[in-house]
Ligand binder design. Structure first.
Ligand code: HDE
Length: 695
């Protein structure tokens, strides 16, 4: 689409009873678009000056061109999402690699090799649309598949469980986590009183608390997170039999997170770090990819689980029901326009296709109402499905009519069904959507099932499944968050819950908080069950040792060794990473061979938190000068503190000394490129206890 071109609805393509048929929903008005016009097509002769009574006189009300422009501008913003306001969206496709024909009639899950277009939006939950990318927060993972049988929205998160068991608690949870209503802060942070107050009074949240305090909520890249449908859904096959299913996305680049101190500093260095990283990857043709997997299980199998799969605070471990990989998603096209696509996209868990159905998960049941309702207030019209990003790419037709911003111009007399006046008007079809045949009986009431009463077993299972570094990060995150809580009774109430999860964890957190006395364990209805550790729940433990998708920062300056720079850069790029040169001046650096080397980032504005590993190649003279430069010292000290591999030449060694850093196996000679690459593929986890006290 050419810049500035006006794209308008194709009124005339949609003007028969088969609304939107043929998938052609928008068309560019043909002709020359080089003249600036009003929205009525009137050519504008002066876009610099408003109409005035005289050159220095008042502006005239008559200036309809000014008024149209300002009025439109005044209404540019629409209400942001009440949750998940901050998001990054990308187009791509889904390709099925293994058919689920025995389980479902959904074509998207049975037609192997077919590519289905999709739009994926990854978001934070708590912050406003202009908030930073890297707070500790759950990431939303929403995918809209434009299938042949209608749009299917899989609206999930990067964590497989949720805080609450019943939709009626959602507004309370969100009010507790969002900025506090009297003071208007904190923006996008759980580390405050109201959040922990609510959580401490909500034992069902404890499993989710373990996940949000883990490194999963501080991802290194949107390309390095998992996605989960969270709830159990149903698949329905041709015979009408249904099977339960859980959906999973697994990133090809593996899982990777930042260190908490790093995430905090990234927020200062680049508010848009994750969005920019995604944008740059796609621009460079490094298309993010995920495997799509399912866990399938019958009602009989579910009856034997030691928990209720309808409870969204529970997950089904891979050891209990293995994952079956059935497809892949590739994101390969950045939207043309952020507002038109990423902002206006409207996901609804109720958007399913024949062969996919819902379970009775009470959280999912509430969501089936909420999303359609929220689109009405956000997008302002029940015609939001006509916006190109939301419109199905298959024919769709019905007798719904009129309403705000109606883009279609139906013809004919018939807007009802059944009718005898129009042969071509849309009618129901036996291949359409059918709900699973399920027998429902029992007493009506506002009742939490007893099978939802165990709040600690899986929280404990998650904690004991983590490796020692991950456990230390969870304990430290809890200590950090609770240290921001002003009320002692809230801290104590949380530690009382932790005692039911793991005494060791509770003691570590209690100790880090400096509690003078430990509380009693929180009262429980059900005793926690012993569940075996599930190594698949680790993230550091399952990190891929790779440089694919990673970025290496190379600090250079005037006089730096040209050969050393080229060698390391080449090796890093060959290993699949991006290399960026950082120097004191953006104009470039005159290297040892006299050539001027272009620089990608100025040292003061490009700290090492933006990289996965760093190299420092400096002449000894320049290194001495930089030894009193805070940005240079911070560059190497933070890289060290964030457990990154560091390669140095003689000048780099001087900087290490000035920063008072000891050598270890992650500190390498810049000439030994291979050794550096091997260490850069991971983090120096053993270094952590040397640089920070963890709980
Ligand atoms: Fe959402 N959620 N949610 N949520 N949610 C919204 O819909 C809601 C829940 C999720 O990128 C809203 O369009 C209720 C679980 C994502 O546009 C709203 C409940 C999961 C996104 C809403 C939940 C999610 C949303 C706000 C409890 C993971 C962003 C704007 C019953 C499985 C989608 C909007 C995007 C967005 C309601 C719980 C994921 C208000 C009532 C559980 C990824 O309708």
């Amino acid at each position: 689409m050419a810049d500035g071109k006006i794209v308008q609805s194709n009124l005339f393509a949609n003007n028969n009873a088969k609304l939107g048929s043929g998938g052609e929903i928008h068309q560019t008005v043909e002709g020359d678009h080089s003249t600036l016009t009003t929205n009525q097509g009137l050519a504008i002769s002066d876009n610099q000056n408003s109409l005035k009574a005289n050159p220095r006189g008042p502006t005239l009300l008559e200036d309809f061109i000014l008024r149209e422009k300002i009025t439109h501008f005044d209404h540019e913003r629409i209400p942001e999402r009440i949750v998940h306001a901050r998001g990054t969206g990308v187009h791509g496709y889904f390709e099925l690699t293994s058919s689920l024909k025995d389980y479902t009639t959904a074509k998207i899950l049975t037609e192997v090799g077919v590519q289905t277009p999709l739009f994926t939006r990854i978001s934070t939950v708590a912050g406003g649309s202009g908030s930073v990318d890297t707070p500790r927060d759950v990431r939303g993972f929403a995918v809209k598949f434009y299938t042949k049988e209608g749009n299917w929205d899989l609206v999930g998160n990067n964590i497989p469980v949720f805080f609450i068991q019943d939709a009626i608690k959602f507004p309370d949870l969100i009010h507790a986590v969002k900025m506090e209503p009297d003071r208007g802060f904190p923006q996008s942070a759980t580390a405050h009183d109201t959040f922990w107050d609510f959580i401490s009074l909500t034992p069902e949240s404890m499993h989710m608390v373990m996940w949000i305090m883990s490194d999963r909520t501080i991802p290194r890249s949107l390309r390095m997170i998992e996605g989960f449908g969270v709830h159990s859904f149903r698949l329905i096959n041709e015979q009408g039999d249904s099977t339960f299913v859980k959906f999973h996305w697994r990133p090809k680049l593996g899982l990777q997170s930042t260190i908490w101190d790093e995430a905090v500093k990234i927020a200062g260095a680049d508010q848009d770090f994750l969005r920019r990283e995604m944008f740059e990857a796609i621009e460079a043709g490094n298309y993010p990819e995920w495997e799509f997997a399912v866990q399938l299980f019958s009602q009989e199998e579910a009856d034997k689980f030691p928990f209720d799969h309808l409870d969204p605070t529970k997950l089904i471990t891979e050891e209990l029901v293995p994952l079956k990989v059935i497809g892949r998603m590739v994101l390969d096209q950045w939207p043309n326009n952020f507002f038109a696509e990423t902002e206006q996209v409207a996901f609804c868990p109720s958007h399913v296709v024949p062969g996919i159905d819902f379970s009775n998960d009470p959280l999912l049941q509430g969501r089936l109402f909420s999303y359609l309702d929220t689109q009405l207030s956000r997008l302002g019209s029940s015609n939001f499905h006509q916006i190109p990003i939301n419109a199905p790419k298959c024919p769709f037709a019905n007798h719904q009519r009129d309403g705000h911003m109606q883009m279609n111009q139906p013809t004919g007399r018939v807007a009802y069904e059944p009718n005898s006046l129009s042969e071509n008007s849309p009618r129901e079809s036996s291949n359409g959507f059918h709900s699973a045949t399920v027998n429902e009986s029992g007493d009506k009431g506002r009742i939490r099932p007893e099978s939802f009463a165990d709040h600690y077993s899986q929280a404990r299972q998650f904690f004991i499944s983590q490796n020692e570094y991950e456990q230390a990060h969870i304990a430290s995150a809890l200590a950090f968050e609770l240290s921001k809580v002003e009320y002692l009774h809230i801290r104590l109430a949380m530690v009382a819950h932790l005692l039911n999860i793991s005494e060791e964890l509770a003691n570590r957190v209690g100790n880090a908080l400096g509690l003078s006395e430990m509380p009693e364990a929180a009262k429980t209805v059900t005793k926690a069950q012993e569940m075996p550790p599930s190594p698949a729940l680790q993230s550091i433990g399952n990190m891929k040792e790779t440089l694919q998708g990673r970025c290496i920062g190379i600090l250079i300056a005037d006089g730096s060794d040209a050969t050393a720079i080229n060698n390391v850069k080449k090796a890093v790029v060959n290993a699949g990473a991006n290399a960026k040169l950082i120097g004191p001046k953006i104009g470039g650096a005159k290297l040892s061979d006299g050539a001027i080397q272009k620089i990608d980032g100025q040292l003061a504005g490009t700290p090492s938190v933006l990289f996965d590993a760093v190299v420092v190649i400096l002449s000894t003279d320049v290194a001495k000068q930089l030894s009193v430069e805070a940005a240079a010292i911070d560059f190497i000290r933070d890289a060290y503190g964030h457990l990154k591999a560091i390669a140095v030449d003689k000048g780099g060694e001087l900087l290490m000394k000035a920063a008072n850093l000891a050598s270890d196996k992650g500190v390498l000679n810049a000439l030994d490129v291979e050794a550096f690459i091997a260490q850069a593929k991971t983090r120096q986890w053993d270094r952590e206890k040397m640089v920070r006290t963890l709980a």
